[in-house]
Design a protein around this ligand. Structure first.
Ligand code: BGC
Length: 749
């Protein structure tokens, strides 16, 4: 049985982690020892003084009421015959700590936290015994005085109980513990990558700010924490504040809103001390260090990058370094936000699993990293929350923060888009089967709201959130009619359910949802499209939605819409005009209609707003707003000014599929479409992706008027290669090269 234990320390702040320990005896002939562990809260476990495993913020965040992840470790090598000791430290984490914006909420899952441990010892003679969390454990405080995911960690090394998780430690002054209700009914095996410490970055610059503060620039915006190496007098206190950007030469902390993001370390005074927090995480590039004894040098300080340990799958490179930097920034924003769940941002008092953000970024994410298991876990929670709250909430895990869970277009549609993209990219039919009921239910749910006219034209929506015209304080006010957006999303979701039903052999569903998708498209046209193909709401996003979600009826309507979109983009002087929902579509809408040049003009634009504007401002991650930082270097006055939000990074998918030219043509890349669309002055581009069948890659270059391309097709796959002169070739596994003279090519329209 998995039984949590808990204790209260009178007079201590609730944010103070507690330690739990016990001694136990291992008999002769131990063959194997397996530890299963989780916590109400977040925990670390030690056996005989050694930390078990390398998970960070374990067990991570799930909808704990439905699923509590349990990690398993082989700990045989840590044990010895005779006396042994085991200990665990538990902080509030998401379970009891403050989560959410505008003050957030505490005690979301309960008011009692503690470790859950089950250590099974198996002996050579076939016998077994278990050491589990129960009343025999004892509890006390440790050196961590305060730990909060948003606010930071305070560690006082003077009060460390050395040897607390080893044998021979006197715990007679420690307190008794209580057992809580077993958690077996919600326990799920951790079968997705945990958060780990992935890499360490050195300081690229240490300098003094105008106000005299010592600032460290790690050169990269990350999620993680600072690691110190210091010596000095006992009681000296070092304070570390974190921020993503500087403003007027000082830490720009306003975007953190209510997150203090401040760590403190009090020295023990005993030789060289190394420390990094264990129960908090920050989004930052810069740190302000106060109270450092002596001179701070680059050797003394590191930034430890922490995120879910996903396997990298994809690469992209091209001849333009600005685009390479943009792509790097996309990858770093994924890394900064795939932290146990797919979050919106890693720095402020939010860090929630916003469904809309993931939905638009899913194609890019699935190319860059293997996020199948990671997303499977999150999607299980989406399904559970749908069940519990009667709709797909705006973020998952869902917590009530002063507003009820509401069906929101483009956000709730994660219920259909995420499974479909996973299937398209990884080809796992069983996973699609598992997620299909949720897809279907979401569309039925919205169909009920839309009613017989099929228009989703009621309720609050985020719309095309944060398009460049959204006022700083009203991010949902965008150029594009929100009900146009909602109805378009509804049509697309219905279509995706029909596609999924087709793959799963659910024929009557397929027919039903195809009919529904057709009906919604008809309703969309009646409400929002003139018979000539002009949209009632003229915005880049409106046209991109109509074209990319296939909502127009005739070729002449489509032609008109494409022309009108090109005109709009031109009158906007090739500045981006889309928000979260239009951004993933706009370049495809232009290029698939033949206007590759306009797509590149948008992509290569440097003036604000554009994808490259942040690059020119020195960004190392994707920003939440097109202008999170204004051209004069000040931070946008709005509330939504994260510098690490992956939504606009959805352009990564276009760079992979269209710029480099590597796209799945059938689920799981069993058939690949290599169709690069050179443009924008690029002279080369390359992409690779470790597909389920093996490595696929493309590499093209233009030299002296010749276009040369080499592709790699993994074993068991086939591919079509479409060259810029529109000739195409079917190829099987292996490497294939083609070369054409570009002087003979007339641009495709
Ligand atoms: C988040 C977004 C999210 C949005 C909902 C914000 O606070 O940071 O990324 O999608 O709210 O509109």
């Amino acid at each position: 049985m998995l039984v949590p234990i808990t204790a209260e320390m009178p007079g201590e702040p609730v944010e103070r982690p507690l330690r739990y320990r016990r001694d136990f005896v291992v008999a002769r002939g131990l063959e194997s020892a397996r530890l299963r562990t989780t916590a109400l809260g977040i925990s670390t476990v030690e056996i005989n003084g050694a930390v078990v495993g390398d998970h960070v913020l374990a067990p991570g965040w799930t909808s704990y009421k439905s699923r509590l992840p349990v990690a398993a470790f082989d700990v045989t090598a840590l044990l010895r015959e005779g006396e042994n000791a085991i200990g665990s430290t538990v902080a509030e984490g998401w379970y009891r700590g403050r989560v959410g914006f505008e003050g957030g909420r505490r005690e979301i899952y309960g008011d009692e936290i503690g470790p859950v441990i089950e250590l099974t010892l198996e002996y050579a003679d076939g016998s077994a015994e278990t050491v589990s969390t129960d009343r025999s454990w004892r509890a006390s405080t440790g050196p961590v005085r305060f730990a909060s995911l948003y606010d930071g960690e305070h560690h006082d090394a003077r009060i460390e109980d050395r040897g607390w998780s080893s044998t021979g430690f006197d715990d007679s002054t420690w307190m008794a513990v209580r057992e809580l209700a077993p958690v077996d009914d919600v326990a799920v095996e951790l079968s997705w990558p945990p958060v780990r410490r992935i890499e360490q970055l050195g300081a690229v610059e240490i300098f003094t700010s105008p106000s005299g503060a010592t600032l460290v620039d790690f050169g990269q915006n990350i999620s993680g924490r600072v690691r110190l190496r210091v010596s000095g007098p006992a009681g000296a206190e070092i304070t570390i504040r974190h921020a993503e950007v500087l403003e007027a030469g000082e830490l720009g902390v306003r975007p953190l809103r209510g997150a203090a993001a401040t760590d403190r370390y009090v020295l023990s005074g005993e030789g060289i001390e190394e420390w990094e927090p264990s129960f908090t995480i920050h989004g930052f590039r810069y740190a302000q260090i106060d109270g450092w004894p002596g001179e701070l040098s680059g050797e003394d300080i590191r930034a430890v990058v922490c995120h879910s340990d996903l396997r990298p799958l994809g690469t992209f490179h091209c001849s333009d370094d600005r685009l390479n930097k943009l792509h790097d920034n996309v990858r770093w924003s994924m890394r900064g936000n795939f932290v146990s769940i797919p979050t919106d941002c890693p720095q402020r008092d939010e860090r929630l699993g916003w469904t809309g953000d993931l939905q638009v970024f899913m194609p890019t994410a699935s190319f860059l990293y293997d996020c199948r298991d990671f997303i499977r876990s999150w999607f299980d929670d989406l399904t559970n929350e749908f069940e519990r709250f009667g709709t797909v909430p705006m973020f998952v895990p869902w917590i009530e923060l002063g507003m009820p869970a509401m069906p929101i277009a483009g956000w709730g549609d994660a219920a259909t888009v995420v499974p479909w993209v996973l299937y398209e990219r990884y080809g796992d039919l069983e996973l699609l089967r598992r997620q299909y009921p949720t897809m279907r239910r979401w569309v039925e749910h919205v169909a009920e709201i839309a009613g017989s006219n099929h228009l989703w034209n009621s309720g609050f929506h985020f719309g095309d959130w944060l398009d460049p015209t959204s006022p700083p304080d009203k991010p949902y006010l965008s150029r594009t009619d929100r009900y146009l957006v909602a109805t378009a999303c509804h049509a697309r979701s219905a279509r995706l359910v029909a596609h999924a039903a087709r793959e799963l052999g659910e024929d009557s569903d397929r027919e039903q949802f195809e009919r529904l998708a057709d009906d919604i498209a008809t309703a969309f046209r009646a409400e929002f499209v003139t018979s000539n193909g002009r949209l009632a709401c003229e915005s880049q996003t409106a046209y991109a939605l109509a074209l990319e979600f296939d909502l127009l009826e005739t070729e002449s309507q489509r032609r008109r819409a494409r022309r009108r979109l090109a005109e709009l983009v031109l009158t906007d002087e090739f500045r981006i005009g889309t928000g979260f929902l239009g951004t993933p579509l706009i370049c495809d809408a232009l290029s698939s209609g033949g206007d590759v040049d306009a797509a590149y003009a948008l992509l290569m634009q440097q003036e604000c707003p554009s994808w490259l504007y942040p690059v020119t401002m020195g960004a190392t991650t994707m920003w939440e707003r097109w202008d999170s930082m204004l051209p004069d270097g000040s931070i946008n006055p709005g509330e939504m000014t994260s510098f690490n939000h992956y939504a606009f990074g959805a352009i990564g998918d276009f760079m992979h599929r269209v710029v480099a030219g590597l796209a799945p043509a059938s689920p799981g890349y069993r058939r690949i479409r290599f169709c690069p669309r050179p443009g924008g002055g690029l002279t080369s581009a390359a992409a690779s992706h470790e597909s389920p069948l093996g490595l696929a890659s493309i590499d093209w270059q233009i030299l002296d008027g010749r276009f040369d391309i080499e592709v790699l097709v993994p074993p068991g796959a086939s591919a079509v290669v479409v060259l810029p002169d529109q000739t195409s070739f079917d190829v099987e596994q292996g490497r294939h090269s083609f070369s054409i003279d570009l002087n003979n090519v007339t641009p495709a329209k």
